[in-house]
Design a protein around this ligand. Structure first.
Ligand SMILES: [Fe+2]
Length: 247
């Protein structure tokens, strides 16, 4: 058979970058979070929707002190370079209207904070305003000592982060048939099962993994479920602004 040219397109939906911190960077993040909780310089609680007592702003100087400033800038830049290639492909309007064929992206760090989540606390569904992108860094992977309910349920999402984008039934398989025979009835030979709902997801739940991080559009809804246990679930969130400059 002769080969044809084809391209897989994904013009809709948010792009999410997942990465894993090196041991050195994770160590730096951990020390930074300890410093932030130790000094408790500025409570960021009033600026956030989370039902969490210990949310503390990361002072700007600490990014440099703990050697994560240039890493943060470069990983955000990497996100923009990967994703914004597609902006040109799908004509975002902004690029076309401004006749921008080639561009540099400029990234500017915004507010960042450390969350120390304890038993029963939670972060309701929310977006981050006043920025382009946001991020979550898992300083540890604590999700409780035991499930809040339904012990043994493999779908337990206590302490998970869930991203929400629409209401598509992700991963649902319908037991239906796609083909009937000429008489309009389902004969054994015509029975061909099909999958429904696996081609686009409406939500995605992430179990915290120590050192893992996610970069995502700031408008993407997300939330964190509560957990049952005596330790703290520790994460950092840092917002970024992105600007596109004509080359
Ligand atoms: Fe958030």
């Amino acid at each position: 058979m002769k080969k044809i040219k084809a391209e897989f397109l994904k013009p809709f939906g948010p792009g999410i970058l997942r990465g894993q911190l090196s041991n050195e960077l994770l160590d730096n993040f951990t020390k930074l979070s300890e410093e932030v909780i130790d000094k408790k310089m500025k409570s960021w609680n009033p600026s956030l929707v989370g039902a969490i007592d210990d949310e503390w702003k990361i002072p700007e100087l600490l990014y440099k002190d703990f050697k994560i400033d240039s890493f943060l800038d470069s990983v955000i830049l990497g996100y923009t370079q990967g994703l914004y290639q597609d902006l040109q492909k799908f004509d975002s309007g902004y690029l076309k209207n401004n006749n921008i064929k080639e561009f540099n992206s400029e990234v500017v760090r915004g507010d960042g904070w450390i969350n120390y989540m304890t038993e029963g606390e939670y972060n309701p569904i929310h977006i981050h305003s006043g920025c382009s992108l946001s991020s979550i860094f898992y300083i540890n992977d604590y999700v409780g000592d035991e499930p809040i309910a339904s012990k043994g349920n493999p779908n337990c999402e206590d302490g998970h982060t869930t991203f929400v984008y629409g209401s598509k039934p992700g991963g649902f398989q319908r037991k239906r048939y796609v083909r009937r025979d000429e008489t309009g009835t389902y004969t054994e030979t015509a029975k061909v099962q099909y999958f429904d709902g696996i081609h686009e997801r409406g939500h995605w739940s992430i179990k915290p993994k120590k050192g893992e991080f996610y970069i995502f559009p700031a408008h993407l809804y997300h939330m964190v479920y509560p957990f049952k246990g005596k330790k703290k679930r520790i994460t950092a969130s840092i917002n970024y602004g992105v600007n596109l400059n004509k080359k």
